[in-house]
Design a protein around this ligand. Structure first.
Ligand code: DQA
Length: 148
């Protein structure tokens, strides 16, 4: 494997499939993990797929990614809109960062229109459903190849 992508998921995404399916769809996070890992394998990449409801845990995984990951794909969920601490952590990571939102945050409430994480992200995918994770992996593969 040419490297590992850390795929980080923020609060409430453990309830994917059960949580507001009219917005987030019916796939579970385990379904998304399987599809993301399979897409990464197509590119010769591995995935470490993680979810936490705790801000500090996401930050600790970003610190771990500094040593272990070629790229980070992150759906920070509600922390996108609130967390300077996650932005600061991502700013310590040197590889590509792709931000994913399952829903189109720009079509929703005003408070979802701003993301601290977007200040660091090399790319942002929103409103493409869970397919956004596979798109993020394709983008990472492209960036990692062009960096080598
Ligand atoms: C989300 C959008 C956020 O605004 C929201 O807080 C989430 C999920 C998405 O994937 O569409 O929890 O990041």
């Amino acid at each position: 494997m040419a490297g590992t992508i850390y795929v980080l998921n923020g609060p409430n995404l453990n309830l994917l499939g059960k949580r507001q399916p009219e917005i987030y769809g019916s796939e579970t996070l385990a379904d998304v993990e399987a599809a993301t890992a399979s897409q990464a394998r197509e590119h010769g990449l591995a995935v470490r797929f993680l979810q936490s409801n705790a801000e500090h845990q996401l930050i600790d995984w970003i610190h771990e990614a500094r040593e272990q990951a070629v790229a980070i794909v992150i759906n920070p969920a509600a922390y996108s809109h609130t967390s300077v601490a996650i932005l600061d952590a991502l700013n310590t990571f040197e590889g590509p960062v792709i931000e994913v939102h399952i829903s189109n945050v720009h079509k929703r409430e005003d408070f979802r229109h701003h993301s601290y994480v977007s200040l660091r992200a090399d790319g942002v995918i929103a409103g493409c459903g869970t397919q956004g994770y596979r798109m993020a992996v394709d983008r990472v593969a492209h960036l990692v190849k062009s960096l080598n």
